[in-house]
Design a protein around this ligand. Sequence first.
Ligand code: UDP
Ligand code: MG
Length: 172
Amino acid sequence: MAIEQTLVLIKPDGMRRGLTGLVLDRLESAGLQLVATRMVKVSEELAREHYRDLKDKPFFPNLIEYIRGKFHDLKHNQVLALVYEGEGAVALTRKVAGATNPEDAAPNTIRGSFGRVTTKGQFENVIHASGNVGDAEREIKLWFTPDEILQPIYPTTSASNGKSAGAKAWAK
Ligand code: UDP
Ligand code: MG
């Protein structure tokens, strides 16, 4: 299997409920190596770009509010952005995360253990994990500049969004 890097976000519910250490522990225990971290106050632009493939979904407006910390009492509306590396890191991280809907997620997964569906139908599922290698590359370049990653493995010149050089600007 190939060495991959993948993006993880500890979402505002995970931050608010003090699950940061637990998430790091689960991912580290799965054999993944942490190669970048950043605390981010998520702008509307960054949120919309991150979830751009979902922009036509009915849950999109609430998803943007959720990832921006609008539903949680956080001083800085922050998320913790992480890049993990390892063999088959993308699929492995998705496995540790569990299914999107916390009600469907296996009990030994992060989302199965700690996620919830709110009365408004929002899936508060603790973490984001890139869905495939293409998304991982795009998302890592959106949230991080190459110098913030110990060893960037995706070529910077072929950024699908053309914004890798200025990725930091999105998160200001
Ligand atoms: N989501 C939701 N309701 C849905 C589908 C998705 O609230 O019916 C939220 C949920 O927080 C999810 C995010 O939108 O993590 C992104 O959706 P996606 O289908 O990409 O799931 P993921 O890749 O996060 O498992
Ligand atoms: Mg997804």
